[in-house]
Design a protein around this ligand. Structure first.
Ligand code: HEC
Length: 144
């Protein structure tokens, strides 16, 4: 191969690459992002890490099960919701809302205090763990 054709080849490659990345549709780029994070924009959760945190607590974080009960399904009183088997996205959005203060006032302040110190990764882990537990949640079908 001559020096000129090598240069041309390199130029063609460079042009093709930039054409590819510049021409990538936004929807496709967004689709790729959706595969690597939840709808709450969090990293992928780890069930084991979530279980450890949920049952034993962490630095400045009380065990979730001390209020929500074993597997999130045996709350200590009426104001504590069951969270076992809940959709992971729901749990993530709820925990983000408590952390940011968007969900506050009344009983929510109790939970906001728990969520304040949680990192994005911890929220994702906790959501993955509680989602993986059996559910006692019901939908509204057949409710009068
Ligand atoms: C001191 C008791 C207590 C602890 C500990 C606690 N929670 Fe809560 N949690 C509550 C209360 C009370 C509510 C209801 C607040 C409200 O009415 O919004 C709640 C609500 C929630 C909700 C919303 C459920 C729904 O159906 O909307 C989630 C999710 C949740 N807690 C997750 C956790 C996780 C995860 C942990 C551990 C990091 C945790 N909680 C630790 C008391 C607690």
């Amino acid at each position: 191969m001559t020096k000129t054709s090598l240069t041309l080849l390199a130029l063609a490659c460079a042009l093709t690459l930039s054409a590819c990345s510049a021409g990538k549709p936004d929807a496709e780029a967004a689709g790729e992002a959706a595969h690597t994070s939840s709808s709450a924009g969090l990293p992928k959760g780890d069930i084991r890490a979530g279980q450890e945190l949920a049952t034993n607590g962490g630095q400045g974080i009380a065990p979730c099960t001390s209020c929500h009960g074993a597997e999130g399904n045996a709350p200590i009183g009426d104001i504590y919701p069951k969270i076992g088997g809940q959709y992971a996205d729901y749990l993530e959005h709820a925990l983000q809302a408590y952390r940011s203060g968007a969900r506050a006032g009344g009983n929510a302040d109790v939970m906001a205090a728990q969520a304040k110190g949680l990192s994005d990764q911890q929220i994702a882990d906790l959501a993955a763990y509680f989602h993986s537990m059996p559910t006692q949640l019901r939908d509204l079908s057949n409710v009068n």
